[in-house]
Design a protein around this ligand. Sequence first.
Ligand SMILES: Cc1ncc(COP(=O)(O)O)c(C=O)c1O
Length: 387
Amino acid sequence: MYRIGEAEVQRVRRLIESGRIFRYGLGGECDKFERDWASFVGVEHARMSRSGTAALYTALVGLGVGPGDQVIVPAYTYMATALAVLGAGAIPVVADVDDSLTLCPKDVERRLTPHTRAIIPVHMVGLPCDMNKLMRLARKHDLLVLEDACQAVGGGYRGKRLGSIGHAGAFSFNFFKNISCGEGGAFVTNSQDVYDRGSVAVDCCSFYWNPEEERPDLQFAGHNFRASEFEGAILNVQLKRLEGILTKMREHKKMVLEAGAEAGYKSIRNHSLDHECGSHAGFLFKTEEEARAFADGLQAQKVSCFLPMDTGRHVYTRWDPIMRYQGAHHPALDPFEIAANRKCRVKYTDDMCAASLDVLNRAVLVGMHPNNTKAKVRRIAKAITSV
Ligand SMILES: Cc1ncc(COP(=O)(O)O)c(C=O)c1O
């Protein structure tokens, strides 16, 4: 969490003193955040939930994805993206990322089958996917698009906010995200239908709290991934900080990329440098050895950086429940076992996305931080030049 302080404390204090800590019926903190988040992202609806994982799962339910469907996910993403697909009863199909570290449109096209129902472009480490190409492809093949913007909260793509371009978008507000309430999430959409169905998945009682809103047509068994007013209160303050955080990180990232370019390093291909989050400046090397030598050199100068390949559950080879076909707690509910998925099951192997492993082994990401001073960013730039 980048910045949290007295304003958040005051807001939570006011909430506790009011005694109104249940989200429904009061037009309170969650209602306000959902309205403001939808408006910030530029969509009609936002529904808060417990986490980014819950936001992905409930958005998939909202979109009507389920057994019999394949959903394409990138080889580089936190495994929750793929697990949410299993949660909805569908089968994740893993596609390559390219030298932008995001979903490769050409590889998506290669992996399409008659069962492909949706794709989940993931804006990893704040880097936007090639949304124009992916949306064109989705239109051509009649696919649904759910943007996973969990690592790109507030970022944009050519003037549009990430999460607003596909049929739905999902965000995480956990401890590591651009804004945070400790744990939290939200999905967004322009579709009333997706919003209504997704809302039942978030809260089995969604349409009962207000009798005027009852929807007898939407009485499937949902869950309780309801957000609390505490999370709403914190996020209402955090949202005011977001634009400033992003502006600063983008400015710092450009300084670091310029230093890299002057030193002759190739930066990671970016689909919208002026609008993205700016949370990581990345460089791509010809070999893994060069990448590791660069990272070691920076770390020796106390500049924190990492190779995406080293980030555990963010690389498909480390998604154990998927690689071991353990899709649910009970075989009768397991999407890998159920009859409806018999035709759309796929084989997962360590080398199924070898091109991604190659890129992830040759990239180095340097983290930006809004609390960094210009002097600190100059030090990072200098370290890059000296390495
Ligand atoms: C790309 C991506 N998708 C989904 C998630 C899941 O979010 P959460 O941890 O809030 O469930 C994360 C979390 O870090 C993520 O990085």
